[in-house]
Design a binder for this molecule. Sequence first.
Ligand code: IFM
Length: 477
Amino acid sequence: MSNPASPPAVGVVVDRPPLTFPPGFLWGAATAAYQIEGAAAEGGRTPSIWDTFSHTPGRVVEGHTGDVACDHYHRLGSDVALMAELGLKSYRFSVSWPRVQPGGTGPANAEGLDFYRRLVDELLGHGIEPWLTLYHWDLPQPLEDVGGWPARDTAARFADYATLVADALGDRVRYWTTLNEPWCSAFLGYGSGVHAPGRSDGADAVRAGHHLMLGHGLAVQALRAARPTAEVGVTVNLYPVTPASEAPADVDAARRIDGLANRFFLDPLLRGSYPADLMADLAKVTDFGHVRDGDLATISTPLDVVGVNYYSRHVVAAPDPDAEPEPYWRAPSCWPGSEDVRFVTRGVPVTDMNWEIDAPGLVETLRRVHEEYTDLPLYVTENGSAFVDEVVDGQVDDADRLAYFDAHLRAAHEAIEAGVPLRGYFAWSLMDNFEWAWGYTKRFGMVHVDYDSQVRIPKSSARWYAEVIRRNGLAAQ
Ligand code: IFM
């Protein structure tokens, strides 16, 4: 949690010195299976919760689905060639659970694993380090049908799946991430219901969060058993949470949201306990009876790296009984027990997601993880922005996105200078893709995708990023 809000320095790029990153800094870009692969019913893949959700009328903007997405499943070779052209040192992708273990139980699907084997081999052949995420939100639908993440057994199923993937790819993949952004899976999937599976029950969201972390801990142990040399981590999405004023009620609102957004995950994963104040805040939602002896030891199984996804800051204020309800605190909410905390907008520049642009928040976030939680190497496993792009004469000049990357890379460098062991940065995203409940209406890519023709056009930001990678840093501006 940080000090009362003051508008961050954003936007204009003036008089900036050149910055060089440490040797070996891992420059990458990220995607996720359901967002880019398509081929939803090919090669033995069966539905995930996102197939079901996106095919349910009213759940995703304009009824978009991931059926075809960026057709990456059929374009693996040319997509990896494009990554090589941009000079990426690493590519972070996720494995689709229902592609490699249809239904979420039982034996592996050889055809599904073969797709990822080919992807990894293609990457290695181009000198690009594969960075594999096991779970980026596509739970096999049959596992949801028997309870989903609020059910404890899902954690054990996840560890079995981790073993299948490690047995198949462990000889060629060094970096493994168990979960991507468990907050979203738990609190958007089971709390507000704006993500798959679209359920809205605060207690289920809290149980889901716990079982996701339990699954993570079991998967870390399974990965280590299968591949003792693997570098294993988890990726959490973190936000600085700032009170709108110094009034004690606003400061307390910030403490509550910080508890749910950040400490709900950081504390169990890196300290082996839930914060006492968070448990007190959640007392009217759950009695934490789902937490069994030994769970927190499993959840806090030692890691090799920690991944941080950073996009923006939350600024919050105490509940105001006279105010009109803001969208964030209309039930159902993704903030169980704190539904009435108000999220405040400050009038600073925002992205097309309406997320405030706040590069200093990245420094704050990285420093906090390092100074309060761990000495482990950190990686920014996602950072990026959606803006409306226009193709003009076959080019996309995305100056806004480029400025966002520039500001956040300068922030990453500042964190390194402050002593944070930041070892790499992955831009979100390599290419435009299926932005979950927003379908294809939001573009985060450095590479433009025409969803009719599947033509890819590297935007200005991609060309600029290629130069950043080439120089291992930023030019003076
Ligand atoms: O597109 C998502 C990604 O799947 C997870 N992190 C945030 C991105 C932008 O919303």
